[in-house]
Design a protein around this ligand. Structure first.
Ligand SMILES: *Cc1c(COP(=O)(O)O)cnc(C)c1O
Length: 345
C-alpha cells in the first residue's frame, strides 16, 4: 500500500484539553469546527467528552449536527455563525445553540423558535462577527428578557500577549457585559494564555487541543508516515523533479515518497522541508509534485519503508513556518486521501 498514514493521538488531544482546563479559571469548552481542525469532529468530540468536556463550538449548523450525532443528548453545542435562514430545523432537530450575530438573526431566531436557547456574539473590535456596541445597546433589554445562555466575543491578536488590542478588546467586552449576570466567554487558546482576567465563565480552546501554537507546551497530536515507493542513486550533476530545480552536488541516494501537494503538503514547503527516519532529518529535493516528493536519504544506512513528515520532531508549526503560514492552515489542509489511524488508549 502506498497511501500515507495520518495517526491522530486522541489521548494527546485529551491531555491538551486537561492542561488548558487546568489553566482556565472557569469551565473549559472545545472548538471542533472545520471537522475538528481536520482531524474528524466526531472522533475528537467523543474523546473530549470522555475527558469531561461539555461545551462544544462549531462554525456552522451542519457541523453541529455531526457533533450532536457523535455525542448524543446532553453536551451543549454552540454555532458561531448563528442562526442563518436555512438553519432553523437543524438547530431544532439537533438542539444546537446559535450564537446570534446581528439584529436580523435575533429577529429570525425569536420568530422561529422563541423557546429555544441561544447565545449572543458581540463585536469587541475584530469586525468579523457579532453585534457592535451600538446595536447591542439597542437590543440589549429585549435580549436580556429572552435569557441568553452566554455572551461571547473573540480576540483578534491573542497570539501576541504584548499586543495592545488584547486589553482594548477586554475593556470593550466588559463595557458591554459587566453586571448583566449572564455567563461570558472571550478566550480561545491564546486568550487562555493571557491570564485569568480573560477567562470569564467559559473558555473556547481550539488549536491548542490539536498541538498547535500558541500553546507551546502542547503534546504532539499528529504523526504522518509516508511510504517510500522507489529509491535510486543519482550522480553528480543529475537533477530531480519538475523544472530541474535541484541538482545533485555529489552522488546521492534519492527516495520518492507517496504524498504531495494534493495531500496538503504545500508546494512552497519544498526547499525548507525534511522528512524523518527515526531521528535523522532527510531533506526534500526538487519540486513537490501532486502525489510525490523526492527525499535525499544518502545519510541513512538502510532504506526505510516510511519517512515521517509530522512527528514530535517536526510539528505543524514547523511546517507552517517553512510554508510561511500558521499551524491552523497546515492542520486543516491535511489531505483526505490519508489513511487515518486513531490512538484511543
Ligand atoms: C476558531 C475560534 C476559536 C478557537 O480558536 P483557537 O485559536 O483555535 O483556540 C474560538 N472562538 C472563535 C469565535 C473561533 O472562531
Amino acid at each position: 500500500m502506498s497511501t500515507a498514514t495520518l495517526t491522530i493521538d486522541l489521548m494527546s488531544i485529551r491531555a491538551n484539553w486537561r492542561a488548558l482546563s487546568a489553566l482556565s479559571a472557569g469551565v473549559t469548552g472545545a472548538v471542533v469546527k472545520a471537522n475538528g481542525y481536520g482531524l474528524e469532529a466526531a472522533r475528537v468530540s467523543r474523546a473530549l467528552a470522555q475527558e469531561g468536556a461539555r461545551h462544544f463550538f462549531v462554525a456552522v449548523a451542519e457541523e453541529g449536527a455531526v457533533v450532536r450525532r457523535a455525542l448524543g443528548p446532553g453536551p451543549k453545542i454552540y454555532v458561531f455563525s448563528g442562526h442563518m435562514e436555512t438553519d432553523t430545523s437543524l438547530i431544532r432537530d439537533h438542539q444546537l445553540i446559535p450564537m446570534i450575530n446581528s439584529v436580523d438573526q435575533l429577529l429570525r431566531h425569536v420568530e422561529a423558535m422563541p423557546d429555544v436557547e441561544f447565545g449572543v456574539q458581540l463585536d469587541s473590535g475584530m469586525n468579523r462577527l457579532g453585534l457592535e456596541p451600538l446595536e447591542w445597546q439597542a437590543v440589549r433589554d429585549l435580549v436580556l428578557r429572552l435569557k441568553p445562555e452566554i455572551l461571547m466575543s473573540h480576540l483578534a491578536c491573542a497570539d501576541d500577549p504584548q499586543h495592545t488590542m488584547n486589553g482594548q478588546q477586554l475593556r470593550e467586552f466588559r463595557d458591554m457585559t459587566d453586571g448583566l449576570n449572564i455567563p461570558r466567554s472571550l478566550a480561545a487558546t491564546g486568550g487562555i494564555l493571557l491570564g485569568n482576567s480573560y477567562h470569564f465563565e467559559l473558555t473556547r480552546p481550539g488549536v491548542g487541543l490539536y498541538g498547535g501554537a500558541p500553546f507551546e507546551t502542547a503534546q504532539s497530536v499528529v504523526t504522518l508516515d509516508v511510504p517510500v515507493i522507489q529509491v535510486r542513486d543519482v550522480d553528480t550533476g543529475e537533477t530531480v523533479g519538475y523544472s530541474n530545480t535541484w541538482t545533485a552536488p555529489t552522488p546521492r541516494k534519492i527516495a520518492t515518497v507517496s504524498a504531495g501537494y494534493a495531500d496538503g503538503i504545500m508546494r512552497n514547503l519544498g526547499p525548507n522541508l525534511s522528512l524523518y527516519s527515526e531521528r535523522v532529518a532527510c531533506p526534500v529535493v526538487g519540486r513537490i509534485s501532486m502525489d510525490l516528493i523526492g527525499v535525499d536519504i544518502t545519510l541513512l544506512a538502510d532504506t526505510p519503508n516510511n519517512l515521517q513528515l509530522l512527528n514530535s520532531l517536526q510539528s505543524i508549526d514547523d511546517l507552517a513556518a517553512a510554508a510561511d503560514t500558521i499551524g491552523y492552515e497546515v492542520l486543516t489542509s491535511l489531505g483526505s486521501r490519508y489513511q487515518r489511524r486513531y490512538r484511543e488508549t
